[in-house]
Design a protein around this ligand. Structure first.
Ligand code: FMN
Length: 188
């Protein structure tokens, strides 16, 4: 698979094959790619937690807000929920670069997961208390949660769109519009 094919395939998935576990070694390998990602001054300040335990997943799930644009959908039903989560932690004393480092690390995670056939969704809409109870990390704050699982839905990329809002059709297919290069490139 070429890199551009990988980037097209790497969409946000919110419905998974919950009964299909992701091997813990594979989850660690995925985090390993984030561990060698670029980061400001090579300080490597981020830390990661893997959540696969069923009870802990339930706690995490209860605090997550899914797909804000799909107002009539409360999130994945039992059986379609993530089979794992990765939490990205950063030191409580943030610096200017924290958010950038988290974003780069998260990108590496979702791309390498996708290469392994795993769907993912970055999540900022999470309850801090739920995350802290399953992934405590003294001196660190949870910055991003990434839901993971083998895909349980079809997600279609719509290139050269003028729209922003993703939507779901009558067959349950999730559509993700992306703007054209003409719109994106300001010069050149
Ligand atoms: C920083 C960040 C935070 C996000 N938070 C959430 C979230 O809380 N809940 C959710 O369902 N999706 C969340 N998403 C997923 C976006 O909705 C998704 O990336 C967007 O709809 C585009 O779809 P795509 O990832 O397939 O390109 C988040 C994505 C990013 C990058």
């Amino acid at each position: 698979m070429s890199f551009s094919e990988l980037t097209e395939k790497t969409r946000s998935y919110r419905r998974f094959q919950e009964e299909k576990p992701i091997h813990s070694e594979l989850l660690r390998e995925i985090i390993g790619t984030a561990g060698i990602a670029p980061c400001a001054s090579n300080l490597q300040r981020l830390r990661f937690s893997i959540i696969t335990d069923e009870k802990e997943r339930r706690i995490l799930f209860s605090g997550i807000g899914w797909a804000g644009y799909l107002t009539d959908w409360a999130g994945p039903e039992p059986g379609k929920r993530p089979s794992a989560y990765i939490v990205i932690h950063a030191p409580e004393e943030e610096n200017f670069f924290t958010g950038i480092d988290v974003g780069i690390a998260a990108s590496y995670i979702v791309l390498s997961a996708s290469e392994a056939g795993i769907g993912s969704c970055m999540l900022l809409n999470f309850k801090k208390g739920s995350v802290d109870s399953v992934a405590p990390a003294e001196g660190y704050a949870a910055k991003l949660v990434i839901a993971l699982g083998y895909p349980g839905e079809t997600v279609l990329l719509e290139k050269n769109s003028e729209k922003i809002r993703y939507w779901r059709d009558g067959k349950g297919v999730h559509h993700v519009p992306k703007l054209s290069l003409e719109t994106l490139v300001l010069k050149g």
